[in-house]
Design a protein around this ligand. Structure first.
Ligand SMILES: Cc1cc2nc3c(=O)[nH]c(=O)nc-3n(C[C@H](O)[C@H](O)[C@H](O)COP(=O)(O)OP(=O)(O)OC[C@H]3O[C@@H](n4cnc5c(N)ncnc54)[C@H](O)[C@@H]3O)c2cc1C
Length: 380
């Protein structure tokens, strides 16, 4: 492979597929490069019980709603089926097994170095995912632990942990859902929560929280941040007594500033109330048998699961000195012909954001191509 394309898309997850479909509909040619052997490999690898937390109405990709018979919160396997059908419908023909190693400036376009050859592209769309690399912060004593240690990225189901005591480090959406999965699968989970955590139910009075988030964006952030705790206390109850404090930063402010979305509760809080899932504070030190916590207590565990998050890894693909713009279309992205998609976490869901960004990026590329063609025909 050593060819030229108007657009190279890196990554065939939901974001890469969405932008490819929008380009296909706009009549712009592209090459879609995916390092693994199938589209959306991350979704095939996620833990088995995972469902979308956002409603199917606001989580589908451009042009194609989810099938009518899909449930409101789409399970992992159905989502993967939907993505396969989507790729087929728009004839997206990803080149699999193509890991992009480096993207460098070449003339007014880009040189893309991939596994089996190089590519010259006028535009590049980076769709390599916000969750590309598992984050594993160092904990004092972690190497001394004699039990099993794994990152949440390697967790599939509760079967290997049945009857065992498991420490889950971190209460984001993944940590909270794995704790629930473990308790339902017969394990004894404890979840270590550092600082505070914002928790919302998946639905408030039957209305999906994602839709409430969409409506809330119409009001000033500070009013929302004052109002939400009151409403949530009425629905979920006061959770401080179970060790779940709210952070001092408001929920919407935290999303805007730190890109941290609240935990969308699908049953973990009830299990915490029942005492089936224990809550512990921050870890002071991991020991051979378990962990010392910030409250001075020590507990023994058979396994530790680090639900400590992920980071996007695209920066190392870029030639040093290249500063891309933010996710989506903006002046910087247009000027460079280098776009990011899928890196802007919002209260209304990343998939919804991906759909919006995909359409905007395809429009911007088509417009630039049309302007370039016009300038070549009618040089000023
Ligand atoms: C457990 C979980 C649940 C989620 N639930 C929801 C939800 O309910 N609602 C919602 O809106 N969002 C949700 N998200 C967030 C987000 O929508 C998903 O992470 C979604 O998969 C993002 O799509 P993406 O295409 O940006 O990234 P990914 O799905 O991660 O796809 C990136 C692709 O790029 C490929 N790639 C990476 N590097 C290279 C390279 N160098 N060369 C070639 N290919 C490369 C990868 O192999 C991968 O196929 C969830 C995320 C997680 C982790």
């Amino acid at each position: 492979m050593d060819d030229t394309t108007p657009v190279a898309i890196i990554g065939a997850g939901p974001a890469g597929l969405a932008v490819a479909a929008c380009l296909r509909q706009a009549g712009v040619d592209f090459v879609l490069l995916e390092k693994e052997a199938q589209a959306a490999p991350a979704w095939r690898r996620h833990y088995e019980r995972v469902h979308l937390h956002t409603t199917k109405r606001y989580s589908s990709l451009p042009f194609v709603p989810f099938p009518r018979d899909y449930p409101r919160y789409v399970p992992r396997d159905l989502f993967a089926d939907y993505l396969d059908a989507y790729a087929q419908r728009f004839d997206l023909r990803a080149r699999f097994g193509q890991s992009v190693r480096m993207i460098t400036r070449q003339g007014r376009g880009w040189h893309v170095e991939a596994t089996s050859g190089d590519l010259h592209a006028s535009h590049v769309v980076i769709a390599t995912g916000n969750n590309a690399e598992p984050l594993m912060p160092g904990f004092a004593g972690a190497d001394a632990f004699r039990g099993e240690r794994l990152h949440s990225a390697d967790y599939r189901n509760a079967t290997p942990f049945a009857g065992r005591s498991v420490l889950i480090v971190g209460m984001g959406n993944t940590g909270a859902e794995i704790a629930l999965d473990l308790v339902e699968g017969g394990a004894r989970p404890t979840i270590s929560v550092r600082g505070g955590v914002h928790i919302v139910p998946r639905e408030l009075l039957g209305v999906p929280i994602q839709m409430i988030g969409m409506a809330a964006r119409l009001m000033p952030q500070r009013i929302n941040d004052a109002l939400f705790p009151v409403i949530l206390d009425l629905t979920l109850g006061r959770l401080e007594k179970y060790g779940l404090k709210r952070p001092s930063q408001g929920m919407l402010q935290q999303i805007a500033v730190a890109s941290r979305i609240p935990v969308i509760d699908v049953g973990t809080v009830d299990k915490i109330r029942e005492g089936a899932i224990k809550v512990a504070p921050d870890i002071a030190e991991i020991t051979e048998q378990g962990a010392h916590f910030a409250d001075g207590k020590h507990h023994e565990f058979d396994a530790i699961i680090f639900a400590t998050g992920f980071r996007p890894g695209y920066a190392r693909l870029l030639e040093p000195g290249i500063q891309p713009g933010r996710s989506g279309v903006n002046a910087r992205a247009s000027e460079l012909g280098l776009y990011l998609i899928g890196f802007h976490n919002t209260v209304t869901g990343l998939l919804r954001e991906i759909s919006i960004e995909a359409g905007q990026i395809a429009d911007d590329i088509r417009l630039r191509r049309d302007r370039k063609n016009a300038a070549e025909i009618l040089p000023i």
